[in-house]
Design a binder for this molecule. Structure first.
Ligand code: PEP
Ligand code: MN
Length: 353
C-alpha cells in the first residue's frame, strides 16, 4: 500500500502520518519526489488502516500496490533514483562507466589498469578480490589484500571502486574498502547476503541471476531496500539461453522493462553478457541506445594471461578508450550525459603488462 500526499505537505504532517502507520504495527518508508511525497507501507496492515489514512489531513490518496515488490517499484518512487557517490551521479540521464579486470591480481596490475581506466574517461574501477568460480579448483581471488590494492589504486587515480561481496560476513570489510558492492549473478537470491546489505548504506550493484525473471530480480532488490539501504542499482549481465555461441544472452529488453517497472538505475554488463571481446563494443552501444544508465566493462592489460578465464571477454586498454570516446559522442543523441575527464589517445600507445 502507498500513501500519496498532497503537494507541498509539511514535514510535521508527514511525521504524523508515519507515526499513525507505525502504530498499526507496519513500517513506513518515505520517498520525497519533485512534486509529491509517497509513503510506502510495508507489512500486513488491518484493512481499516487505509480508511483511516484516507481521512487524514494532507493525504490525497491511498493505493494498494499489487506487485510483490513495493519499494523497488515506480509506483512508490515515480522519479528516477540518482545515487551520488562522492560527486559521481548514477541514474537519471547520467552515463557511468565502470571498467577494470575481472580479478585483482597484483598491486602493479590494478594500478596500471586504474591509470588506463581513468585516462579513458571511466569513473569507477572494477575488480574482484573474492571470485565466485564455478569450479572449486579455479583461482578464487586474492582476498582482503586485493581490496587494499584496489582501494589504493582507485584513490591514486581518482576513481571510485566496485568489488564483489559473496557472504554476509564480508559485507562490513568490503564496505570499508570499496565504494560500491557487487552481488554476483550466482548470489542474486542469497537472501542472507541481501538482508545484510540492507543494513549498510554502501551502494550495491545487484546482478541479475542468470536464470531469473524480472520479478525475481526486483524482489531481490526489494530485500536490500526493505532493510533500509536505498542505494541499489540493477545490472543486466546476460541470461542462459539455448544459444552456445555466446557465453550468455544479453537481454537488452531488460533495460527499458526494468526502468519502466522500477526507479533504480540499470547498468549493463556487455562483457559477461556476451563472453566475447568483439561483441563488447556493439553491445555497449546497444545498451546505451536501450537506455542503460551505465556499463560495467572488463578491461585487462594482458588478457591472454589473466588469472580468470574472462580474458576472452576483456577489452585491451586502447579498445576500451576508443569505445568510451564513441559512447561520449553517442550519449547526447540518446539523452544521456557522459561527464568524462579523459586523456588523448597517445596515453594508450603503450601500457605495462
Ligand atoms: C564478474 O563481474 O566478474 C562476475 C563474476 O560477474 P557475474 O556474477 O555476472 O558472473
Ligand atoms: Mn568476470
Amino acid at each position: 500500500m502507498i500513501v500519496i500526499t498532497e503537494p507541498n505537505i509539511t514535514d510535521e504532517r508527514i511525521k504524523e502520518i508515519t507515526i499513525h502507520i507505525e502504530k498499526a504495527g507496519v513500517q513506513a518508508h518515505v520517498s520525497r519526489g519533485t512534486d509529491r511525497t509517497v509513503i510506502g507501507i510495508i507489512g500486513s496492515a488491518a484493512p481499516t488502516l487505509a480508511e483511516h489514512l484516507r481521512q487524514m489531513k494532507g493525504v490525497e490518496n491511498v493505493i494498494k500496490i499489487s506487485k510483490s515488490y513495493k519499494l523497488a517499484s515506480r509506483d512508490f518512487h515515480p522519479d528516477d533514483t540518482i545515487i551520488d557517490i562522492k560527486g559521481v551521479k548514477i541514474g537519471g540521464d547520467n552515463l557511468v562507466i565502470m571498467g577494470g579486470p575481472c580479478a585483482v591480481e597484483s598491486p602493479e596490475q590494478i594500478d596500471e589498469i586504474a591509470r588506463l581506466v581513468k585516462a579513458a574517461g571511466g569513473q569507477v574501477l572494477r575488480g574482484g578480490a573474492f571470485k565466485p568460480r564455478t569450479g572449486p579448483y579455479s583461482f578464487q581471488g586474492v582476498g582482503v589484500e586485493g581490496l587494499a590494492m584496489m582501494t589504493e589504486a582507485g584513490k591514486k587515480h581518482g576513481l571510485l571502486t566496485i568489488t564483489e561481496v559473496m557472504t554476509p560476513e564480508y559485507v562490513d570489510i568490503c564496505s570499508e574498502y570499496a565504494d560500491i558492492l557487487q552481488v554476483g549473478t550466482r548470489n542474486m537470491q542469497n537472501f542472507d547476503l541481501l538482508r545484510k546489505l540492507g543494513t549498510v548504506q554502501t551502494p550495491v550493484l545487484l546482478k541479475r541471476g542468470f536464470s531469473s525473471t524480472y520479478d525475481e530480480f526486483l524482489n531481490a532488490a526489494e530485500y536490500i531496500l526493505a532493510g533500509g539501504n536505498p542505494n541499489v542499482m540493477l545490472c543486466e549481465r546476460g541470461i542462459r539461453t539455448f544459444e552456445a555461441y555466446t557465453r550468455n544472452t544479453l537481454d537488452l529488453a531488460a533495460i527499458p522493462v526494468l526502468q519502466s517497472l522500477s526507479h533504480l538505475p540499470v547498468i549493463s554488463d556487455p562483457s559477461h553478457g556476451t563472453g566475447r571481446r568483439e561483441l563488447v563494443e556493439p553491445m555497449s552501444k546497444a545498451s546505451l541506445a536501450a537506455g542503460a544508465n551505465g556499463m560495467i566493462i572488463e578491461m585487462h592489460t594482458d588478457p591472454d594471461n589473466s588469472m580468470t578465464g574472462d580474458g576472452v571477454q576483456s577489452l585491451f586498454p586502447d579498445q576500451f578508450a576508443k569505445l568510451l570516446r564513441e559512447l561520449e559522442q553517442l550519449a547526447p543523441l540518446l539523452g544521456k550525459q557522459f561527464n568524462t575527464e579523459k586523456q588523448p589517445p597517445s596515453a594508450f600507445v603503450e601500457w605495462k603488462k
